[in-house]
Design a protein around this ligand. Structure first.
Ligand SMILES: [Zn+2]
Length: 252
């Protein structure tokens, strides 16, 4: 009996440690390992403001279609891009910058196993910053870790690279898997908070992927929130930080 109870207690304790570790390293809300903002300033309660964010691109033709969709609605957004994807399509990143969107660093490879040790995190960040500097002549200051995964080492590495960590709120747990756009939109609107940062995906882990349903959902979300008096801003403005270490070049 005692042995069984001890075994149950050990199982419960290990589940608790596992859940706590997951919370600290993967949750969009945990601040345990370092400041990880998922909301920013919202100066005007009469006109709520939100930042739409798009991870894992550029990924054509979906990123350009998304930019057209946003332009038709007069909305700016923040794109957390993967270095290896930028290396493949730097002209897409350049076009986003020219349209007024903001670009952040989302690692070089988007590999989960490279998110936890100082050496690998540093390598991912530095390689991505090198691609941005080389291909689009800028150095982002905003960094969103792939999978929102971070370790105690993450925040020191970010400080050395003068990067600001950014969390956010996933628009829908199945958006990345291209669930029904109407359902994604309903959940995204329900999760919208003044000063919030909603996470969508215009790519998939820095690889090519069909994002038709995300684009459909985004059109619905922007139209619904705009009808309700919301406006759209970028993460740097919500957090009150400069988005780049040097001015972006607007011509290739
Ligand atoms: Zn990602």
């Amino acid at each position: 009996m005692t042995r069984n109870r001890n075994a149950s207690l050990a199982t419960a304790a290990s589940a608790l440690v596992g859940a706590s570790t997951y919370w600290a390293t993967m949750s969009s809300q945990s601040q345990l390992l370092g400041a990880f903002p998922n909301r920013g300033l919202d100066d005007d309660p009469a006109r709520p403001t939100i930042a739409l964010t798009f991870d894992d691109g550029p990924n054509e033709p979906f990123t350009s279609r998304l930019a057209e969709l946003l332009e038709r609605r007069g909305a700016l957004a923040t794109f957390f891009q993967v270095g290896r994807a930028v290396a493949r399509a730097p002209e897409t990143t350049t076009a986003l910058l020219a349209a007024g969107h903001v670009i952040g660093n989302h690692s070089y490879s988007h590999e989960l196993h490279r998110c936890f040790t100082a050496r690998l995190i540093d390598d991912e960040i530095r390689r991505a910053q090198d691609v941005f500097a080389d291909k689009v002549q800028l150095q982002p200051r905003l960094y969103r870790p792939p999978w929102l995964a971070r370790s105690p080492a993450t925040f020191g590495v970010l400080r050395r690279h003068h990067l600001v960590p950014v969390s956010g709120t996933f628009c829908h747990p199945l958006e990345v898997a291209q669930y029904r756009p109407d359902r994604i939109a309903i959940r995204a609107v329900a999760r919208a908070r003044p000063g919030g940062m909603l996470i969508f995906h215009d790519g998939y882990n820095g690889r090519g992927a069909d994002r038709t349903r995300t684009l459909d959902a985004v059109a619905r979300v922007v139209d619904t929130l705009a009808d309700r008096g919301w406006s759209f801003t970028t993460v740097d403005r919500l957090l009150g930080v400069d988005p780049y270490r040097s001015a972006p070049a607007l011509t290739p």
